[in-house]
Design a protein around this ligand. Structure first.
Ligand SMILES: *[C@@H]1O[C@H](CO)[C@@H](O)[C@H](O)[C@H]1NC(C)=O
Ligand SMILES: *[C@@H]1O[C@H](CO)[C@@H](O)[C@H](O)[C@H]1NC(C)=O
Ligand SMILES: *[C@@H]1O[C@H](CO)[C@@H](O)[C@H](O)[C@H]1NC(C)=O
Ligand SMILES: [Zn+2]
Ligand SMILES: [Zn+2]
Length: 560
Protein backbone atom coordinates (compact mmCIF):
# COMPACT_ATOMS: atom_id res chain seq x y z
CA UNK A 1 0.00 0.00 0.00
CA UNK A 2 2.73 2.41 1.03
CA UNK A 3 4.78 1.52 -2.03
CA UNK A 4 1.84 2.20 -4.27
CA UNK A 5 1.36 5.58 -2.67
CA UNK A 6 5.00 6.52 -3.22
CA UNK A 7 4.85 5.48 -6.85
CA UNK A 8 1.72 7.55 -7.36
CA UNK A 9 2.97 10.55 -5.41
CA UNK A 10 6.15 10.67 -7.47
CA UNK A 11 4.14 11.59 -10.54
CA UNK A 12 2.00 14.26 -8.85
CA UNK A 13 2.80 17.95 -8.75
CA UNK A 14 1.52 19.73 -5.64
CA UNK A 15 -0.50 22.93 -5.71
CA UNK A 16 1.12 26.17 -4.67
CA UNK A 17 -1.34 28.43 -2.86
CA UNK A 18 -0.87 32.19 -2.74
CA UNK A 19 -2.76 35.37 -1.82
CA UNK A 20 -5.72 34.65 -4.07
CA UNK A 21 -6.52 31.19 -5.43
CA UNK A 22 -9.07 29.92 -7.92
CA UNK A 23 -10.68 26.60 -8.75
CA UNK A 24 -12.13 26.67 -12.26
CA UNK A 25 -14.49 24.33 -14.10
CA UNK A 26 -15.77 24.71 -17.63
CA UNK A 27 -17.62 22.68 -20.29
CA UNK A 28 -18.64 20.06 -17.74
CA UNK A 29 -21.51 18.97 -20.03
CA UNK A 30 -23.30 17.04 -17.31
CA UNK A 31 -20.47 14.67 -16.27
CA UNK A 32 -21.24 14.97 -12.54
CA UNK A 33 -21.42 11.20 -12.05
CA UNK A 34 -17.76 10.87 -13.00
CA UNK A 35 -16.22 8.76 -15.77
CA UNK A 36 -17.24 5.21 -14.91
CA UNK A 37 -14.79 3.42 -17.18
CA UNK A 38 -11.78 5.73 -16.73
CA UNK A 39 -10.18 5.78 -13.26
CA UNK A 40 -8.16 8.92 -14.06
CA UNK A 41 -11.39 10.96 -14.32
CA UNK A 42 -13.62 8.93 -12.02
CA UNK A 43 -14.29 11.60 -9.38
CA UNK A 44 -17.91 12.63 -8.97
CA UNK A 45 -19.46 15.97 -8.09
CA UNK A 46 -19.65 15.01 -4.41
CA UNK A 47 -15.88 14.46 -4.34
CA UNK A 48 -15.41 17.86 -5.96
CA UNK A 49 -17.68 19.52 -3.36
CA UNK A 50 -15.60 18.01 -0.52
CA UNK A 51 -12.34 19.00 -2.21
CA UNK A 52 -13.34 22.61 -2.76
CA UNK A 53 -14.46 22.93 0.87
CA UNK A 54 -11.10 21.64 2.14
CA UNK A 55 -9.04 23.84 -0.12
CA UNK A 56 -11.06 26.88 0.88
CA UNK A 57 -10.58 26.07 4.54
CA UNK A 58 -6.82 25.65 4.05
CA UNK A 59 -6.59 28.95 2.21
CA UNK A 60 -8.59 30.75 4.89
CA UNK A 61 -6.43 29.31 7.65
CA UNK A 62 -3.48 30.92 5.88
CA UNK A 63 -5.28 34.24 5.47
CA UNK A 64 -5.67 33.64 1.72
CA UNK A 65 -8.73 33.58 -0.52
CA UNK A 66 -10.16 30.84 -2.69
CA UNK A 67 -12.73 31.66 -5.36
CA UNK A 68 -14.71 29.04 -7.31
CA UNK A 69 -15.52 29.84 -10.90
CA UNK A 70 -17.52 28.08 -13.64
CA UNK A 71 -17.69 29.24 -17.24
CA UNK A 72 -20.68 27.34 -18.57
CA UNK A 73 -21.75 24.53 -20.94
CA UNK A 74 -23.45 22.23 -18.46
CA UNK A 75 -25.98 20.68 -20.86
CA UNK A 76 -25.48 18.10 -23.64
CA UNK A 77 -23.06 15.21 -23.50
CA UNK A 78 -24.20 12.92 -20.71
CA UNK A 79 -27.29 10.91 -19.81
CA UNK A 80 -27.68 12.77 -16.54
CA UNK A 81 -28.40 15.96 -18.43
CA UNK A 82 -29.94 14.66 -21.65
CA UNK A 83 -32.25 11.79 -20.69
CA UNK A 84 -34.80 14.03 -18.93
CA UNK A 85 -37.46 16.28 -20.44
CA UNK A 86 -36.78 19.10 -20.20
CA UNK A 87 -33.11 18.39 -20.36
CA UNK A 88 -31.32 19.33 -17.12
CA UNK A 89 -34.08 18.98 -14.47
CA UNK A 90 -32.15 16.36 -12.49
CA UNK A 91 -28.75 17.67 -13.49
CA UNK A 92 -28.92 21.27 -12.35
CA UNK A 93 -29.82 20.60 -8.70
CA UNK A 94 -26.65 18.49 -8.48
CA UNK A 95 -24.48 21.13 -10.14
CA UNK A 96 -25.91 23.79 -7.82
CA UNK A 97 -24.53 22.00 -4.74
CA UNK A 98 -21.16 23.51 -5.55
CA UNK A 99 -20.60 26.90 -3.93
CA UNK A 100 -19.47 28.98 -6.86
CA UNK A 101 -18.37 32.55 -6.28
CA UNK A 102 -18.76 33.41 -9.94
CA UNK A 103 -20.83 31.40 -12.38
CA UNK A 104 -22.11 32.00 -15.91
CA UNK A 105 -23.60 30.23 -18.93
CA UNK A 106 -22.20 28.80 -22.18
CA UNK A 107 -23.69 28.36 -25.64
CA UNK A 108 -25.14 24.97 -24.62
CA UNK A 109 -27.45 26.77 -22.21
CA UNK A 110 -28.86 28.70 -25.17
CA UNK A 111 -29.71 26.22 -27.96
CA UNK A 112 -33.13 25.54 -26.41
CA UNK A 113 -35.29 28.19 -24.79
CA UNK A 114 -36.14 25.67 -22.04
CA UNK A 115 -32.52 25.47 -20.99
CA UNK A 116 -32.10 29.25 -21.10
CA UNK A 117 -35.18 29.81 -18.94
CA UNK A 118 -33.93 27.17 -16.50
CA UNK A 119 -30.81 29.32 -16.10
CA UNK A 120 -32.91 32.43 -15.64
CA UNK A 121 -35.49 30.99 -13.22
CA UNK A 122 -33.59 28.32 -11.34
CA UNK A 123 -29.81 28.66 -11.55
CA UNK A 124 -29.45 32.44 -11.48
CA UNK A 125 -31.77 32.92 -8.45
CA UNK A 126 -29.97 30.10 -6.61
CA UNK A 127 -26.59 31.77 -7.04
CA UNK A 128 -28.09 35.25 -6.50
CA UNK A 129 -25.42 37.88 -7.04
CA UNK A 130 -22.79 35.24 -7.83
CA UNK A 131 -24.50 34.57 -11.19
CA UNK A 132 -23.12 37.01 -13.68
CA UNK A 133 -23.60 37.40 -17.41
CA UNK A 134 -22.49 40.57 -19.16
CA UNK A 135 -23.60 40.06 -22.76
CA UNK A 136 -26.56 37.64 -22.92
CA UNK A 137 -30.22 38.46 -22.29
CA UNK A 138 -33.59 36.72 -22.45
CA UNK A 139 -37.03 38.01 -23.37
CA UNK A 140 -39.72 38.03 -20.68
CA UNK A 141 -42.65 40.26 -19.72
CA UNK A 142 -42.20 42.30 -22.87
CA UNK A 143 -38.59 43.23 -22.29
CA UNK A 144 -34.98 41.96 -22.45
CA UNK A 145 -33.63 40.78 -19.09
CA UNK A 146 -30.12 40.07 -17.86
CA UNK A 147 -29.31 36.59 -16.50
CA UNK A 148 -28.34 37.31 -12.89
CA UNK A 149 -26.45 40.57 -13.16
CA UNK A 150 -24.08 42.12 -15.66
CA UNK A 151 -21.11 42.27 -13.29
CA UNK A 152 -20.22 41.62 -9.69
CA UNK A 153 -18.20 43.87 -7.42
CA UNK A 154 -17.16 42.40 -4.10
CA UNK A 155 -14.45 42.27 -1.47
CA UNK A 156 -12.73 38.96 -0.74
CA UNK A 157 -13.13 37.73 2.85
CA UNK A 158 -9.45 37.23 3.71
CA UNK A 159 -7.23 39.58 1.73
CA UNK A 160 -9.94 42.23 1.41
CA UNK A 161 -9.22 42.50 -2.30
CA UNK A 162 -11.75 44.54 -4.25
CA UNK A 163 -12.76 42.36 -7.19
CA UNK A 164 -14.69 43.37 -10.28
CA UNK A 165 -16.06 40.33 -12.14
CA UNK A 166 -17.34 40.37 -15.73
CA UNK A 167 -18.64 37.42 -17.74
CA UNK A 168 -18.81 37.11 -21.50
CA UNK A 169 -20.03 34.55 -24.00
CA UNK A 170 -18.25 34.37 -27.37
CA UNK A 171 -19.98 35.70 -30.48
CA UNK A 172 -22.57 32.91 -30.68
CA UNK A 173 -25.32 33.05 -33.29
CA UNK A 174 -27.24 29.74 -33.13
CA UNK A 175 -29.05 30.72 -29.91
CA UNK A 176 -32.77 30.10 -29.38
CA UNK A 177 -35.34 32.74 -30.22
CA UNK A 178 -36.05 34.66 -27.05
CA UNK A 179 -32.35 34.96 -26.15
CA UNK A 180 -29.92 37.60 -27.33
CA UNK A 181 -26.12 37.60 -27.46
CA UNK A 182 -24.29 40.90 -27.88
CA UNK A 183 -20.75 40.19 -29.16
CA UNK A 184 -17.93 41.49 -26.93
CA UNK A 185 -16.94 43.93 -29.66
CA UNK A 186 -20.34 45.65 -29.39
CA UNK A 187 -20.88 45.05 -25.67
CA UNK A 188 -17.84 47.14 -24.72
CA UNK A 189 -19.40 50.09 -26.56
CA UNK A 190 -22.71 49.84 -24.72
CA UNK A 191 -23.82 52.38 -22.17
CA UNK A 192 -23.66 50.04 -19.16
CA UNK A 193 -20.03 49.21 -19.93
CA UNK A 194 -19.05 52.85 -20.40
CA UNK A 195 -20.77 53.66 -17.09
CA UNK A 196 -18.94 50.80 -15.42
CA UNK A 197 -15.59 52.22 -16.51
CA UNK A 198 -16.55 55.56 -15.02
CA UNK A 199 -17.64 54.10 -11.71
CA UNK A 200 -14.74 51.66 -11.36
CA UNK A 201 -11.07 52.33 -11.91
CA UNK A 202 -7.63 51.49 -10.53
CA UNK A 203 -8.49 53.37 -7.30
CA UNK A 204 -11.29 51.03 -6.28
CA UNK A 205 -10.42 47.75 -8.01
CA UNK A 206 -7.53 45.46 -7.01
CA UNK A 207 -8.34 42.59 -9.32
CA UNK A 208 -10.56 42.16 -12.38
CA UNK A 209 -11.83 38.65 -13.04
CA UNK A 210 -13.20 37.98 -16.49
CA UNK A 211 -14.95 34.66 -16.84
CA UNK A 212 -15.64 33.93 -20.46
CA UNK A 213 -17.22 31.13 -22.35
CA UNK A 214 -14.54 32.06 -24.86
CA UNK A 215 -11.30 30.24 -25.78
CA UNK A 216 -8.26 31.94 -24.19
CA UNK A 217 -6.14 31.27 -27.29
CA UNK A 218 -4.68 34.53 -28.68
CA UNK A 219 -5.92 33.58 -32.15
CA UNK A 220 -9.50 33.94 -30.93
CA UNK A 221 -9.41 37.73 -30.90
CA UNK A 222 -12.43 38.48 -28.70
CA UNK A 223 -10.53 38.47 -25.39
CA UNK A 224 -7.78 40.48 -27.08
CA UNK A 225 -10.35 43.15 -27.91
CA UNK A 226 -11.60 43.26 -24.36
CA UNK A 227 -8.03 43.30 -23.10
CA UNK A 228 -7.18 46.36 -25.17
CA UNK A 229 -10.28 48.15 -23.90
CA UNK A 230 -9.68 47.29 -20.22
CA UNK A 231 -6.01 48.29 -20.35
CA UNK A 232 -6.94 51.85 -21.39
CA UNK A 233 -8.69 52.33 -18.06
CA UNK A 234 -6.67 49.87 -15.96
CA UNK A 235 -3.07 50.06 -17.27
CA UNK A 236 -1.51 47.92 -14.51
CA UNK A 237 -4.38 46.41 -12.56
CA UNK A 238 -4.23 42.65 -12.26
CA UNK A 239 -6.72 40.99 -14.57
CA UNK A 240 -7.42 37.28 -14.64
CA UNK A 241 -9.29 35.48 -17.45
CA UNK A 242 -10.97 32.10 -17.23
CA UNK A 243 -12.05 30.67 -20.56
CA UNK A 244 -13.76 27.70 -22.14
CA UNK A 245 -15.66 26.38 -25.13
CA UNK A 246 -12.82 24.76 -27.10
CA UNK A 247 -12.55 21.91 -24.56
CA UNK A 248 -8.79 22.09 -24.03
CA UNK A 249 -6.39 22.83 -21.20
CA UNK A 250 -4.59 26.07 -21.87
CA UNK A 251 -2.83 28.94 -20.14
CA UNK A 252 -1.87 32.18 -21.85
CA UNK A 253 0.21 35.11 -20.58
CA UNK A 254 -1.28 38.27 -22.09
CA UNK A 255 0.96 40.69 -20.19
CA UNK A 256 2.82 40.96 -16.86
CA UNK A 257 -0.42 41.47 -14.94
CA UNK A 258 -2.78 39.35 -16.95
CA UNK A 259 -2.95 35.62 -17.56
CA UNK A 260 -5.74 33.39 -18.84
CA UNK A 261 -6.61 29.85 -17.80
CA UNK A 262 -8.80 27.32 -19.58
CA UNK A 263 -9.68 24.09 -17.81
CA UNK A 264 -10.59 21.39 -20.33
CA UNK A 265 -13.94 19.64 -20.53
CA UNK A 266 -16.29 16.91 -19.29
CA UNK A 267 -15.15 16.89 -15.62
CA UNK A 268 -11.74 15.63 -16.65
CA UNK A 269 -10.09 18.72 -15.20
CA UNK A 270 -10.35 21.17 -12.33
CA UNK A 271 -8.20 24.18 -13.13
CA UNK A 272 -6.24 25.77 -10.29
CA UNK A 273 -4.64 29.19 -10.38
CA UNK A 274 -2.97 31.33 -7.73
CA UNK A 275 -1.75 34.91 -7.82
CA UNK A 276 0.86 36.47 -5.59
CA UNK A 277 -0.50 40.00 -5.36
CA UNK A 278 2.71 41.53 -3.97
CA UNK A 279 5.46 39.84 -5.95
CA UNK A 280 7.44 42.54 -7.79
CA UNK A 281 8.37 40.02 -10.46
CA UNK A 282 6.04 38.80 -13.21
CA UNK A 283 5.73 35.30 -14.64
CA UNK A 284 6.18 32.30 -12.39
CA UNK A 285 6.98 34.41 -9.30
CA UNK A 286 3.48 35.83 -9.55
CA UNK A 287 1.38 33.08 -11.11
CA UNK A 288 0.95 29.36 -10.58
CA UNK A 289 -1.39 27.18 -12.62
CA UNK A 290 -2.33 23.53 -12.42
CA UNK A 291 -4.68 21.23 -14.32
CA UNK A 292 -5.97 18.75 -11.75
CA UNK A 293 -7.19 15.39 -13.06
CA UNK A 294 -10.75 14.93 -11.84
CA UNK A 295 -10.43 12.00 -9.45
CA UNK A 296 -10.92 11.36 -5.78
CA UNK A 297 -7.35 10.23 -5.02
CA UNK A 298 -5.96 13.53 -6.31
CA UNK A 299 -8.61 15.58 -4.55
CA UNK A 300 -7.63 13.78 -1.33
CA UNK A 301 -3.94 14.32 -2.00
CA UNK A 302 -4.34 18.06 -2.61
CA UNK A 303 -6.73 18.43 0.35
CA UNK A 304 -4.30 16.79 2.75
CA UNK A 305 -6.91 16.25 5.46
CA UNK A 306 -7.44 13.22 7.73
CA UNK A 307 -11.06 12.86 6.74
CA UNK A 308 -11.88 13.64 3.13
CA UNK A 309 -15.67 13.39 2.72
CA UNK A 310 -17.51 16.41 4.08
CA UNK A 311 -21.16 16.04 5.15
CA UNK A 312 -22.20 18.05 2.15
CA UNK A 313 -20.00 16.04 -0.21
CA UNK A 314 -21.60 12.84 1.12
CA UNK A 315 -25.08 14.30 0.59
CA UNK A 316 -24.22 15.07 -3.01
CA UNK A 317 -22.90 11.54 -3.50
CA UNK A 318 -26.23 10.20 -2.22
CA UNK A 319 -28.12 12.56 -4.48
CA UNK A 320 -26.09 11.25 -7.43
CA UNK A 321 -26.80 7.63 -6.49
CA UNK A 322 -30.53 8.37 -6.37
CA UNK A 323 -30.41 10.12 -9.75
CA UNK A 324 -28.56 7.20 -11.41
CA UNK A 325 -31.10 4.78 -10.05
CA UNK A 326 -34.13 6.90 -10.85
CA UNK A 327 -33.02 7.55 -14.43
CA UNK A 328 -31.81 3.98 -15.03
CA UNK A 329 -28.47 5.34 -16.26
CA UNK A 330 -26.54 2.26 -15.11
CA UNK A 331 -28.85 -0.25 -16.82
CA UNK A 332 -26.52 -2.43 -18.86
CA UNK A 333 -27.53 -3.02 -22.48
CA UNK A 334 -24.28 -4.52 -23.79
CA UNK A 335 -20.55 -4.87 -23.22
CA UNK A 336 -17.49 -3.44 -24.88
CA UNK A 337 -14.83 -6.11 -24.50
CA UNK A 338 -12.45 -6.01 -27.46
CA UNK A 339 -10.87 -2.56 -27.07
CA UNK A 340 -11.20 1.08 -26.13
CA UNK A 341 -12.32 2.88 -29.29
CA UNK A 342 -10.77 6.31 -29.67
CA UNK A 343 -11.78 9.36 -31.65
CA UNK A 344 -8.24 10.54 -32.32
CA UNK A 345 -5.64 8.74 -30.17
CA UNK A 346 -5.11 6.38 -33.11
CA UNK A 347 -5.31 7.16 -36.84
CA UNK A 348 -8.65 6.86 -38.63
CA UNK A 349 -7.75 3.57 -40.30
CA UNK A 350 -6.73 1.87 -37.03
CA UNK A 351 -8.96 -1.00 -35.80
CA UNK A 352 -9.40 0.82 -32.47
CA UNK A 353 -10.57 4.03 -34.11
CA UNK A 354 -14.13 4.90 -33.11
CA UNK A 355 -14.98 6.47 -36.47
CA UNK A 356 -13.81 3.29 -38.17
CA UNK A 357 -16.11 1.25 -35.95
CA UNK A 358 -18.99 3.60 -36.72
CA UNK A 359 -18.50 3.78 -40.47
CA UNK A 360 -17.59 0.12 -41.06
CA UNK A 361 -20.01 -1.53 -38.70
CA UNK A 362 -22.58 0.75 -37.06
CA UNK A 363 -23.88 3.16 -39.72
CA UNK A 364 -24.84 0.35 -42.15
CA UNK A 365 -27.48 -0.63 -39.53
CA UNK A 366 -29.51 2.45 -40.43
CA UNK A 367 -32.74 0.98 -41.84
CA UNK A 368 -33.19 1.67 -45.55
CA UNK A 369 -35.88 4.18 -46.38
CA UNK A 370 -35.73 3.89 -50.17
CA UNK A 371 -35.27 1.15 -52.75
CA UNK A 372 -31.82 2.34 -53.85
CA UNK A 373 -29.28 -0.38 -53.18
CA UNK A 374 -26.18 1.78 -53.04
CA UNK A 375 -25.72 4.18 -50.16
CA UNK A 376 -23.20 6.55 -48.57
CA UNK A 377 -23.78 7.85 -45.04
CA UNK A 378 -21.79 10.95 -44.18
CA UNK A 379 -21.32 12.17 -40.59
CA UNK A 380 -19.48 15.25 -39.41
CA UNK A 381 -16.82 14.15 -36.91
CA UNK A 382 -18.19 16.60 -34.34
CA UNK A 383 -21.33 14.47 -34.12
CA UNK A 384 -19.21 12.16 -31.95
CA UNK A 385 -18.38 13.61 -28.55
CA UNK A 386 -16.36 11.04 -26.69
CA UNK A 387 -14.41 7.79 -26.86
CA UNK A 388 -16.07 4.43 -26.26
CA UNK A 389 -14.38 2.64 -23.35
CA UNK A 390 -14.15 -1.02 -22.49
CA UNK A 391 -16.64 -2.10 -19.87
CA UNK A 392 -20.39 -2.26 -19.42
CA UNK A 393 -22.34 -0.38 -22.10
CA UNK A 394 -25.15 1.38 -20.26
CA UNK A 395 -28.13 3.62 -20.93
CA UNK A 396 -25.73 6.49 -20.27
CA UNK A 397 -23.23 5.53 -22.96
CA UNK A 398 -24.86 6.73 -26.14
CA UNK A 399 -25.49 10.16 -24.63
CA UNK A 400 -21.77 10.27 -23.98
CA UNK A 401 -20.58 9.03 -27.38
CA UNK A 402 -23.14 10.75 -29.59
CA UNK A 403 -25.95 12.67 -27.88
CA UNK A 404 -27.26 14.60 -30.87
CA UNK A 405 -30.79 13.65 -31.85
CA UNK A 406 -30.71 14.94 -35.41
CA UNK A 407 -32.82 13.72 -38.33
CA UNK A 408 -31.19 11.96 -41.26
CA UNK A 409 -31.98 13.40 -44.68
CA UNK A 410 -30.88 12.17 -48.11
CA UNK A 411 -30.41 13.04 -51.74
CA UNK A 412 -29.87 10.81 -54.77
CA UNK A 413 -26.93 11.63 -57.01
CA UNK A 414 -24.75 9.68 -59.49
CA UNK A 415 -22.02 7.65 -57.85
CA UNK A 416 -19.13 9.63 -59.33
CA UNK A 417 -20.54 12.81 -57.81
CA UNK A 418 -21.52 11.14 -54.53
CA UNK A 419 -17.99 9.92 -53.95
CA UNK A 420 -16.58 13.43 -54.25
CA UNK A 421 -18.78 15.05 -51.58
CA UNK A 422 -16.83 13.95 -48.49
CA UNK A 423 -13.41 14.76 -50.01
CA UNK A 424 -14.75 18.19 -50.98
CA UNK A 425 -16.04 18.83 -47.46
CA UNK A 426 -12.69 17.77 -46.03
CA UNK A 427 -10.81 20.21 -48.25
CA UNK A 428 -12.48 23.04 -46.36
CA UNK A 429 -10.68 23.39 -43.03
CA UNK A 430 -12.75 26.43 -42.10
CA UNK A 431 -15.87 24.39 -41.29
CA UNK A 432 -14.60 24.29 -37.71
CA UNK A 433 -17.96 23.61 -36.11
CA UNK A 434 -18.17 20.30 -37.94
CA UNK A 435 -15.30 18.87 -35.90
CA UNK A 436 -15.08 18.05 -32.19
CA UNK A 437 -14.21 21.28 -30.29
CA UNK A 438 -10.85 20.07 -28.96
CA UNK A 439 -9.73 19.29 -32.52
CA UNK A 440 -9.92 22.92 -33.56
CA UNK A 441 -6.61 24.03 -32.05
CA UNK A 442 -4.21 22.62 -34.58
CA UNK A 443 -1.16 24.41 -33.16
CA UNK A 444 -1.57 22.71 -29.79
CA UNK A 445 -2.15 19.31 -31.40
CA UNK A 446 1.08 19.72 -33.35
CA UNK A 447 3.11 20.84 -30.33
CA UNK A 448 1.92 17.85 -28.35
CA UNK A 449 2.68 15.43 -31.17
CA UNK A 450 6.20 16.85 -31.58
CA UNK A 451 6.83 16.80 -27.86
CA UNK A 452 5.68 13.21 -27.69
CA UNK A 453 8.30 12.34 -30.28
CA UNK A 454 11.00 13.99 -28.10
CA UNK A 455 9.63 12.40 -24.93
CA UNK A 456 10.06 9.06 -26.68
CA UNK A 457 13.80 9.80 -26.98
CA UNK A 458 14.07 10.88 -23.36
CA UNK A 459 12.40 7.83 -21.92
CA UNK A 460 15.40 5.69 -22.72
CA UNK A 461 17.49 7.83 -20.36
CA UNK A 462 15.00 7.91 -17.51
CA UNK A 463 14.90 4.19 -16.90
CA UNK A 464 13.72 4.46 -13.28
CA UNK A 465 10.83 6.85 -13.91
CA UNK A 466 7.52 5.86 -12.29
CA UNK A 467 5.07 4.09 -14.55
CA UNK A 468 2.88 6.84 -15.95
CA UNK A 469 -0.76 6.56 -16.87
CA UNK A 470 -1.97 7.82 -20.22
CA UNK A 471 -3.49 11.29 -20.19
CA UNK A 472 -3.03 14.94 -20.93
CA UNK A 473 0.38 16.53 -21.35
CA UNK A 474 -0.48 20.18 -21.87
CA UNK A 475 1.71 22.69 -23.70
CA UNK A 476 1.01 26.26 -22.61
CA UNK A 477 2.81 29.59 -22.11
CA UNK A 478 4.54 28.30 -18.95
CA UNK A 479 5.79 25.10 -20.59
CA UNK A 480 4.55 21.59 -19.97
CA UNK A 481 4.59 21.11 -16.21
CA UNK A 482 1.01 22.30 -15.64
CA UNK A 483 -0.77 18.96 -15.43
CA UNK A 484 -0.93 17.97 -11.77
CA UNK A 485 -0.36 14.35 -12.79
CA UNK A 486 2.56 13.53 -15.01
CA UNK A 487 1.18 11.44 -17.84
CA UNK A 488 2.37 9.50 -20.77
CA UNK A 489 1.18 11.79 -23.54
CA UNK A 490 -1.57 10.64 -25.79
CA UNK A 491 -1.16 11.88 -29.34
CA UNK A 492 -4.24 13.38 -30.88
CA UNK A 493 -4.23 12.72 -34.59
CA UNK A 494 -5.90 15.40 -36.67
CA UNK A 495 -9.24 14.21 -37.98
CA UNK A 496 -11.21 15.45 -40.99
CA UNK A 497 -14.50 17.35 -41.04
CA UNK A 498 -16.51 14.31 -42.16
CA UNK A 499 -16.22 10.53 -42.48
CA UNK A 500 -18.53 8.17 -44.36
CA UNK A 501 -19.74 4.60 -44.60
CA UNK A 502 -19.92 3.12 -48.08
CA UNK A 503 -22.37 0.52 -49.28
CA UNK A 504 -21.55 0.36 -52.97
CA UNK A 505 -21.65 -2.26 -55.68
CA UNK A 506 -21.40 -2.31 -59.46
CA UNK A 507 -19.06 -0.29 -61.67
CA UNK A 508 -21.38 2.17 -63.39
CA UNK A 509 -20.30 5.67 -62.27
CA UNK A 510 -23.63 7.14 -63.33
CA UNK A 511 -25.80 4.85 -61.24
CA UNK A 512 -27.75 6.68 -58.54
CA UNK A 513 -26.54 6.48 -54.95
CA UNK A 514 -28.48 7.45 -51.82
CA UNK A 515 -26.38 10.01 -49.93
CA UNK A 516 -27.54 10.21 -46.32
CA UNK A 517 -26.46 12.83 -43.75
CA UNK A 518 -27.73 14.77 -40.72
CA UNK A 519 -29.95 17.73 -41.55
CA UNK A 520 -27.46 19.74 -39.42
CA UNK A 521 -24.90 19.61 -42.27
CA UNK A 522 -27.29 19.98 -45.18
CA UNK A 523 -26.01 23.49 -45.99
CA UNK A 524 -22.47 22.11 -46.16
CA UNK A 525 -23.43 19.21 -48.41
CA UNK A 526 -25.25 21.61 -50.71
CA UNK A 527 -22.18 23.81 -50.77
CA UNK A 528 -19.99 20.83 -51.71
CA UNK A 529 -22.34 19.81 -54.54
CA UNK A 530 -22.37 23.35 -55.88
CA UNK A 531 -18.55 23.37 -55.81
CA UNK A 532 -18.64 20.12 -57.76
CA UNK A 533 -20.88 21.75 -60.36
CA UNK A 534 -23.80 19.50 -59.56
CA UNK A 535 -27.26 20.91 -59.25
CA UNK A 536 -28.49 19.31 -56.03
CA UNK A 537 -32.04 18.04 -55.72
CA UNK A 538 -33.88 18.93 -52.50
CA UNK A 539 -33.00 16.69 -49.55
CA UNK A 540 -35.75 14.36 -48.32
CA UNK A 541 -36.40 13.19 -44.78
CA UNK A 542 -34.76 9.76 -44.37
CA UNK A 543 -34.88 8.55 -40.74
CA UNK A 544 -35.03 9.61 -37.11
CA UNK A 545 -32.85 6.72 -35.91
CA UNK A 546 -29.88 8.89 -34.94
CA UNK A 547 -26.31 7.66 -34.51
CA UNK A 548 -26.52 7.10 -30.73
CA UNK A 549 -29.48 4.74 -31.19
CA UNK A 550 -27.69 2.83 -33.95
CA UNK A 551 -24.75 2.37 -31.58
CA UNK A 552 -27.13 1.00 -28.94
CA UNK A 553 -28.47 -1.49 -31.50
CA UNK A 554 -25.02 -2.53 -32.59
CA UNK A 555 -23.54 -3.08 -29.14
CA UNK A 556 -26.60 -4.99 -27.94
CA UNK A 557 -26.27 -7.53 -30.75
CA UNK A 558 -22.57 -7.78 -31.62
CA UNK A 559 -19.17 -8.51 -30.14
CA UNK A 560 -17.48 -5.10 -29.81
C1 LIG B 1 -42.26 38.55 -15.16
O1 LIG B 1 -43.46 38.63 -14.47
C2 LIG B 1 -43.70 37.60 -13.52
C3 LIG B 1 -45.10 37.77 -12.95
O2 LIG B 1 -45.23 39.05 -12.39
C4 LIG B 1 -42.63 37.65 -12.44
O3 LIG B 1 -42.80 36.58 -11.53
C5 LIG B 1 -41.26 37.53 -13.08
O4 LIG B 1 -40.23 37.67 -12.12
C6 LIG B 1 -41.09 38.59 -14.17
N1 LIG B 1 -39.81 38.36 -14.86
C7 LIG B 1 -38.84 39.25 -14.88
C8 LIG B 1 -37.61 38.88 -15.63
O5 LIG B 1 -38.90 40.33 -14.35
C1 LIG C 1 4.87 36.72 -2.84
O1 LIG C 1 6.12 37.07 -3.38
C2 LIG C 1 6.93 37.78 -2.47
C3 LIG C 1 8.17 38.26 -3.20
O2 LIG C 1 8.75 37.21 -3.90
C4 LIG C 1 7.26 36.88 -1.28
O3 LIG C 1 8.05 37.56 -0.34
C5 LIG C 1 5.96 36.42 -0.63
O4 LIG C 1 6.22 35.49 0.39
C6 LIG C 1 5.03 35.78 -1.66
N1 LIG C 1 3.71 35.53 -1.06
C7 LIG C 1 3.20 34.32 -0.95
C8 LIG C 1 1.85 34.23 -0.34
O5 LIG C 1 3.75 33.33 -1.36
C1 LIG D 1 -33.74 0.34 -16.12
O1 LIG D 1 -34.08 -0.93 -15.58
C2 LIG D 1 -35.24 -0.89 -14.74
C3 LIG D 1 -35.38 -2.26 -14.09
O2 LIG D 1 -35.30 -3.28 -15.06
C4 LIG D 1 -36.44 -0.48 -15.57
O3 LIG D 1 -37.59 -0.43 -14.76
C5 LIG D 1 -36.18 0.89 -16.18
O4 LIG D 1 -37.25 1.25 -17.04
C6 LIG D 1 -34.87 0.90 -16.96
N1 LIG D 1 -34.60 2.27 -17.40
C7 LIG D 1 -34.08 2.59 -18.56
C8 LIG D 1 -33.92 4.04 -18.84
O5 LIG D 1 -33.71 1.76 -19.37
ZN1 LIG E 1 -18.51 22.88 -24.41
ZN1 LIG F 1 -19.31 25.99 -25.66
Amino acid sequence: MLLLFVAVAAAIRSLSLSDVNFLHTTDTHGWYLGHQNQPVYSGDWGDFVSFAAHLKQTAHERGQDLLLVDSGDRHDGNGLSDITVPNGVVLMPIFMRQHYDIVTLGNHELYLLDAALQEAHQVAPHYANHYVCSNVEYWENGTWNVFGQRYRYFTTPQQKLRVLALLFLFDFTRNAKGTKVTPIERAVKERWFEDLLVEYGPDNVDLIVVVGHVPVDRKWNELGLLHAKLRLRFPETKVQYFGGHSHIRDFVVYDDHLTALQSGRFCETVGFLSINMTSPNPGRSRYFRSYIDFNRELFEFHSNKDKFDTDEGMQVKRQIAVAREQLGLDNVTGHVTDANYYMDYVPLSHPKNLYKLLTDRVLPLLPRATALEQRLIIINTGSVRYDLYKGPYTVDTHYIVSPFQNDWVSIQVPKDVALQIAPKLNEAPYIAYMRPPHQRNEAQLLAAANAKRHAGDAQVVMGAAPKLTKGYVTYDDFGHDGDDTEHKAVVQFPIPNVVQSQELCGLDPKELVEVVFYSFIEPNVRWALAELGHKAPAANFYSRRYLGLLLNDYVATHQV
